[in-house]
Design a protein around this ligand. Sequence first.
Ligand SMILES: NC(=O)c1ccc[n+]([C@@H]2O[C@H](COP(=O)([O-])OP(=O)(O)OC[C@H]3O[C@@H](n4cnc5c(N)ncnc54)[C@H](O)[C@@H]3O)[C@@H](O)[C@H]2O)c1
Length: 386
Amino acid sequence: MINAAIIGTGAISDYHIDAYLSFPERCKITWISDVFPEKAGQKKKAKDLDAQIAASYKELLDKKDIDLVSICTPPFAHAETAVDFLNAGKHVLVEKPMAASLEECDAMIAAEKKCGKFLSIVAQNRFTDSIYNMKKTLDSGIVGRPLHVQADSHWYRGHSYYDLWWRGTWEKEGGGCTLNHAVHQIDILNWMMGMPPLSISSMLGNLSHDNAEVEDISISVLRYPRAMAQITASLVHHGEGQSIIIQGEKGRISAPWQPRASKPKPNGFPDADPEKEKEIDDFYRSLPKIEYSGHKGQIDNVLSAIEGKGNILVTGAEGRMALEIVTAIYKAGTEQRTIEFPLKKEDAFYTVSGIMKEVPHFYKKTASVNDLGGSITVGSAENKQR
Ligand SMILES: NC(=O)c1ccc[n+]([C@@H]2O[C@H](COP(=O)([O-])OP(=O)(O)OC[C@H]3O[C@@H](n4cnc5c(N)ncnc54)[C@H](O)[C@@H]3O)[C@@H](O)[C@H]2O)c1
């Protein structure tokens, strides 16, 4: 039996709690903690948990009845909490984004190496049929080498979204929609490409949230050895249609699923290639459906690794790779020039204090409430186009 603790009992903790509760033979939630202990109390009641409550996570570091910790706090608190629990010999699953800087990511990875426990970063969209089986389709070689990838992180958030106390400042949220929303699509882009880009150019803006320091849009172009990609991170898109589209040498695949193939006429103009389209579609549809999806899929993956039955799918190194692209977007957008990978430790953007000093502060945060209430959405896990 794996004993789990939840740190931060706000909106996303529901997804972790529900996932743990769905595997009662394998795990038990023994502790929950929040800086507002009354929120932990409400969560315990709402979810009918047989768990104890701690006001500070530090009280939990030496508890014997904790093996695995889900960190569901705002981004600024991820690294310190994760490092403390790893050093205390606990496995850690941390919500996205992994942290607010590459310096923090490196501290987490160093702690993981030192203690020999697992560190995994939430990227629940990998655990969906559309993304998981798109990756298998790409890796099969059926569409050939990727030439162009389009990662659309199109979200919509109203003005009041930034009234929550930790959102809307570089210090606490760590960034805007590039760090906190597009990190999902960026992780998928990295996973599909299987390599870091060579360079990136970006523009940053805040078009519609004059109560936030951070960006509500960024548009970027990435160069790979023999491919290019584009990332749009936005909170101003109506309908929240997210997608990832890969143009391979021999065909197009995407999430949401839509295979396409063209072949050239003698004069080079395009003809449809229905045979190839069918071959791609048949391959994708022949793949088994994944057993558990979203957060449940990722928590199953982490439990299985602890049980010695598999590997962690989303590692600290991969969480860092997503952060490196986010950081490069901030650097390229701020300095208005093309940035090459890898980013160096001496770079001002390597640390949170450096990022805060360099980046544009678009507007001042105007309100701060402890809880916005209401339910949240976690995007279209299957990358639905609307
Ligand atoms: N995977 C996803 O799709 C997804 C969706 C939403 C949010 N998130 C991520 O989850 C994290 C939390 O977001 P949320 O929407 O649940 O926010 P939230 O404000 O609803 O919940 C965060 C909770 O953490 C508590 N907290 C803050 N600092 C703490 C500390 N040091 N120790 C213990 N508790 C602390 C807060 O009081 C709050 O109750 C963020 O990193 C966010 O990016 C992920």
